[in-house]
Design a protein around this ligand. Structure first.
Ligand SMILES: Nc1ncnc2c1ncn2[C@@H]1O[C@H](COP(=O)(O)OP(=O)(O)O)[C@@H](O)[C@H]1O
Ligand SMILES: [Mg+2]
Length: 269
């Protein structure tokens, strides 16, 4: 099996994770033919609107239904919990022309239900094996991330805006990522909405922490308007500075050409 690329977008609340996930989705679908799974892993669930996707059922909904069935004792016989969960999650996958979409919704991680949550992680892993690229819009807490067993190439993008809190959150997320032992091939930073001329300053500050700045997304008036109106980012004109910046970042990440990706990761197939 070929390696699959799994990109997680993390950062403090409000720094632009959902916006950047939506911009990257647009760039990947417009400029490549790569199969793409987009996952909204934030229970706040802003990504469906940004992408113009309807989500009838979240993974969290399915998990709580399963929990109810377990409690009521209505699951038995030859069908395992895993079979049921897997079947339903495949059903909750929103299949689009350009990409598929899955929303995690709210999942509880407490008590004896950790079995269900472990299953969920496994199922996401199973799903992502079917796509060349999986893009996850995360929460700062990195829930839903776990060490994967299949041959995924994990990239962690941490978004920062020009605030001390966002920078400190980025360092915490980096440390957390190490603690959960995910084998990230790359941890990189995107600066969002920085005033012009601050790139050098951010870059050298990150360098002290051995973190790489891959690019900057400027504050974009048109994007702000689209977000305010609640229309999907597909409405952005090709002139949008944020969209153009996302394209440069996607290119640098090797999302637009396979050769760059292999070179970036130093792997040969
Ligand atoms: N580059 C940008 N230009 C204009 N507005 C932006 C930009 N990045 C984010 N925003 C706005 O900031 C708000 C928070 O962004 P969002 O992507 O939802 O953050 P997060 O997902 O990290 O919580 C949104 O209302 C969005 O419109
Ligand atoms: Mg968000």
């Amino acid at each position: 099996m070929r390696e699959r690329l799994v990109i997680s977008v993390a950062g403090k609340g409000g720094v632009g994770k959902t916006t950047i996930s939506a911009l990257l989705t647009r760039v990947i679908t417009e400029m490549t033919k790569r199969s793409l799974l987009v996952v909204d892993a934030d229970p706040v669930m802003n990504l469906p609107r940004a992408l113009g996707v309807e989500v009838p059922l979240t993974v969290g909904d399915i998990a709580s239904n399963l929990r109810k069935s377990i409690d009521e004792g209505s699951i038995g016989g030859a069908v395992t919990k895993q079979d049921i969960l897997e079947g339903e999650i495949f059903e909750s996958l929103v299949e689009g022309d350009k990409f598929d979409f899955l929303a995690m919704g709210r999942t509880e991680g407490e008590g004896c239900y950790c079995y269900v949550n472990r299953l969920l992680t496994q199922i996401i892993d199973t799903l992502s094996a079917n796509y060349e690229i999986t893009l996850l819009d995360m929460t700062a807490g990195l829930e839903h991330l776990s060490r994967r067993t299949n041959r995924n190439v994990d990239i962690l993008i941490i978004v920062v805006d020009p605030s001390r809190a966002a920078y400190e959150a980025a360092l915490r997320i980096r440390d957390l990522a190490k603690e959960v032992h995910i084998d990230f091939k790359k941890i990189i930073i995107i600066g969002n909405r920085f005033p012009q001329g601050m790139e050098q300053e951010l870059e050298s500050r990150l360098e002290e922490q051995s973190l790489t700045l891959i690019g900057m997304i400027p504050h974009d008036e048109e994007l702000a308007k689209v977000n305010y109106l609640g229309t999907p980012l597909t409405e952005l004109t090709p002139d949008s500075p944020a969209l153009k910046a996302a394209e440069v970042i996607a290119e640098k990440l090797g999302l637009l050409s396979e050769v760059t990706l292999l070179k970036l990761l130093g792997t040969t197939e």
